[in-house]
Design a protein around this ligand. Structure first.
Ligand code: HEC
Length: 200
């Protein structure tokens, strides 16, 4: 009985804490993108509880290889509800937020002698947000302090590369292995991507 009461008190304390920090609201749901009064995107602080799409290591888009240390991983996440919508439709619903975080790699840690692990050293967080009320997709880059970020200008190469090469709706679904089969099933792959894939 005493254990039960202790459990109940603990659970209440957790609920109260969740209410204070807003953490309960973010968990595993579809938090819509939030903006401040200047239209800057507020850092989606719960993104580590979203669905993990994939990692890349030392990704580079120029022919010159850049495998010199330090190595860098990138990890991509999306809200669970947006992921589930993709499984139903093969594309992203309005208010989708995709987050890409860059982390420094390391070797020779603990028992590791070869290969790379990811470290706590976060090198940057970027977001790709679909918001019809704001003209469609936009990119955002957050600095160290995770302060609200203004939309990146359409003139920057982010938009041109994603539009020309992203397999679904300007996103790189060709590199997200659990989603690509659904895009094939629902025939949502971009014509430019299909034409290029046929030539490869
Ligand atoms: C030359 C091509 C290219 C350019 C330029 C580029 N990206 Fe990307 N981006 C990629 C690729 C490839 C991926 C897939 C990453 C993976 O597989 O881990 C990606 C993925 C992303 C994602 C994850 C969601 C998605 O759309 O698939 C975000 C967020 C992102 N990029 C932000 C940016 C921002 C911000 C810029 C500009 C500052 C930028 N990118 C410029 C190629 C590019």
């Amino acid at each position: 009985m005493r254990t039960l009461r202790a459990f109940a008190v603990g659970a209440l304390a957790l609920v109260a804490l969740g209410g204070l920090t807003g953490a309960a609201k973010m968990t595993g749901t579809h938090p819509a993108p939030r903006y401040d009064d200047s239209g800057r995107l507020i850092f989606p602080s719960g993104y580590r509880q979203w669905v993990f799409l994939s990692s890349g290591l030392d990704m580079s888009y120029s022919a010159k290889s850049s495998t010199s240390a330090p190595h860098m991983f990138n990890n991509v996440f999306v809200q669970r509800a947006a992921y589930q919508a993709f499984l139903r439709t093969g594309t992203w619903p309005d208010k989708t937020v995709l987050v890409l975080e860059n982390r420094r790699g390391a070797t020779n840690r603990s028992i590791l002698k070869h290969g790379q692990i990811q470290t706590a050293d976060l090198m940057g967080v970027e977001a790709h947000v679909k918001d019809a009320g704001r003209g469609g997709w936009a990119f955002y880059a957050f600095g160290d302090a995770h302060k609200p970020a203004a939309a990146i200008s359409q003139a920057r190469p982010c938009y041109a590369c994603h539009t020309a090469h992203g397999a679904v709706d300007t996103t790189f679904v060709q590199f997200y292995p659990t989603l690509l089969p659904w895009a094939r099933k629902f025939r949502t792959l971009a014509p430019a991507y299909l034409a290029k894939a046929a030539r490869d």
